[in-house]
Design a protein around this ligand. Structure first.
Ligand code: FAD
Length: 118
């Protein structure tokens, strides 16, 4: 691929954005305050308006109209986001991810129990 100092293409931007979003969901509070919920809603609702890939942003906007964000707590949010990511995976012909909290936590928060990420 291109040298790492080049501007991100759609794939790199996508990986970086999913990393940010899934990690933020994994560390979102179990019981968020009304302000934390409102801020998370604003972050997610901003993506269709600001994400610099027009097709991505438009399709994500349509998807979250049908599936409104679950900002009730980290378990619900992690699952909701995993399901949204799976919608994109399906569209792109990529494998779906198991959205059980154990799997999203292993990938984005705790790492595997074999310690290979420690
Ligand atoms: P990515 O899909 O970037 O995933 C990164 C890692 O996340 C994977 O390696 C896996 O370990 C983990 N993962 C995979 N699925 C899940 C899941 N469901 N839940 C939790 N973790 C998971 N690209 C387009 O070409 N067209 C689009 O319309 C488009 N829309 C996008 C919309 C949004 C909101 C975002 C953030 C990205 C979008 N992308 C789009 C980019 C696309 O989703 C991928 O990021 C890109 O194709 C790179 O894919 P990848 O195979 O490296 O893995």
């Amino acid at each position: 691929g291109p040298p790492p100092n080049c501007p991100p293409d759609v794939e790199q931007l996508g990986r970086a954005t999913w990393t940010f979003l899934h990690t933020t969901a994994a560390y979102y509070p179990e019981k968020p305050s009304p302000t934390q919920r409102a801020n998370m809603l604003m972050l997610l609702r901003s993506l269709p308006l600001l994400y610099p890939c027009t097709n991505c942003a438009n399709d994500f906007g349509e998807d979250i109209k049908v599936h409104p964000p679950d900002v009730s707590g980290r378990v619900g949010l992690s699952r909701w986001l995993c399901e949204r990511h799976n919608e994109v995976n399906e569209k792109l012909g990529k494998e779906k991810f198991d959205c059980a909290i154990e799997k999203t936590d292993e990938r984005w928060k705790d790492g595997p129990t074999d310690g290979s990420c420690d």
